[in-house]
Design a binder for this molecule. Structure first.
Ligand SMILES: Cc1cc2nc3c(=O)[nH]c(=O)nc-3n(C[C@H](O)[C@H](O)[C@H](O)COP(=O)(O)O)c2cc1C
Ligand SMILES: CC(C)CC(=O)C(=O)O
Length: 364
């Protein structure tokens, strides 16, 4: 059966993958309340279209930190693509680049960052990449990883701030899936050698005392723009802007870190208000339909990022599958814009969405 929607890729991925690997990709923390909330929240938000606006041609392109993207849809960083398909990170990077979009490369990728950026650029010489970092307690080692990402051509550093410790993933604990199976390694966590080569991989650590002071250290460690991923509180969004970050990613890590964090789409309006257009706001979590993208833009996101759907595409059909996922979502967004009377993503505004979910904030 030809897949028509992102959920069709999910079903196919589930059929193809080993159940423990499937559980690692699909699962979340504790009772997975947040995993479910991220997607179900979109059903509560209604679209109230405008008509008679003659939106015959639609412009989906957006600018994010100096990159012109063909659509407001990025690839979020996700670990271990070689567990999903032999095309791995190179396949997903090629597909995302060919779609004119941007990949955020996971520090826990199973392919070396240099190979990923080269693969993406073979599909599109203008392709852009950001590198996601879990700051390591050993700052000298973090510095080496950052320099490696810079040399590989990544144009921003995306620091994941929602993970001072690892979330409680009970599916993985039950399945005994606590480490990378087989011969796979997280290629970008190898030890720097005096020869300039990369030695044995280190296991990824988390910085339990992660704080704004580390952001100050990062400024000394890199000249790349710093993006914070994992902002959910409007006060942290405000602090992030005041501390000079280039962009933020509103994310609850796809429900994999702290359970019962509200759906990101419900958190977005207050954060967009706090940021007030000063830096781009990317939202991830639960994006499965073009209408989801439209709702995120309407509530103030500059763009959205996809986590699991990229993995579903990869598992179901390798590079081609990722390309199909992106193309379907793009077509859905374009259709939703036409039906809402929007000629450009810049015209997608708050008047199109009801009810506004601020109510969930008034109880905080
Ligand atoms: C299998 C998997 C691996 C992930 N690996 C990382 C990672 O290495 N670094 C990171 O910052 N976020 C990681 N994330 C979180 C994603 O970047 C993103 O926040 C989340 O998947 C978005 O939700 P969605 O899957 O509903 O689209 C991972 C998510 C999944 C599902
Ligand atoms: C290797 C892990 C730290 C990757 C991750 O962020 C996740 O599984 O959510």
């Amino acid at each position: 059966m030809t897949p028509l929607a992102l959920r069709d890729f999910e079903a196919e991925a589930r059929r193809r993958l080993d159940p423990a690997i499937w559980d690692y990709y699909a699962g979340g923390a504790d009772d997975e309340v947040t995993v479910r909330a991220n997607t179900s929240a979109y059903a509560r938000i209604g679209l109230v279209p405008r008509v008679l606006r003659g939106a015959f041609h639609r412009q989906l392109a957006v600018d994010v930190l100096g990159h012109r993207l063909s659509m407001p849809i990025l690839a979020a960083p996700t670990a271990f693509h070689l567990l999903a398909h032999p095309d791995g990170e190179k396949g997903s990077a090629r597909a995302v680049a060919a779609a004119g979009s941007l990949s955020i490369i996971s520090m826990a990728a199973t392919t070396a960052v240099e190979e990923i950026t080269a693969a993406g650029r073979s599909a599109n010489p203008d392709a852009a990449f950001w590198f996601q970092l879990y700051l390591q307690p050993d700052l000298a080692y973090s510095q080496a990883v950052i320099e490696r990402a810079e040399a590989a051509g990544c144009s921003a550093l995306v620091v994941t701030v929602d993970s001072p410790v690892y979330g409680n993933r009970e599916r993985d604990r039950r399945n005994g899936f606590l480490d990378l199976p087989g011969l796979l390694v997280a290629e970008n966590t190898r030890e720097p050698l005096p020869t300039g080569e990369w030695g044995n991989p280190r296991s990824i650590g988390f910085t339990g005392d992660l704080s704004w002071d580390h952001l100050a250290w990062l400024r000394t460690a890199t000249s790349l723009p710093v993006v914070l991923k994992g902002i959910t509180h409007p006060e942290d969004a405000r602090l992030a802007v005041e501390n000079g970050v280039a962009a933020i990613v509103v994310s609850n890590h796809g429900g994999r870190q702290l359970d019962t964090v509200p759906a990101t789409i419900d958190l977005l309006p207050a954060i967009a208000e706090a940021v007030d257009g000063r830096v781009p706001v990317v939202l991830d979590g639960g994006i499965r339909r073009g209408t989801d993208v439209l709702k995120a833009l309407a509530f103030g996101a500059t763009a959205v990022a996809l986590g699991r759907p990229i993995i579903w595409g990869l598992a179901a059909g390798g590079e081609q599958g990722v390309g199909d996922v992106l193309s379907i979502l793009r077509t859905e967004l374009d259709r939703a814009m036409a039906l809402c009377g929007c000629s450009s993503v810049l015209e997608v505004s708050r008047e199109l969405v009801r009810p506004a979910p601020e109510e969930s904030w008034s109880r905080l």
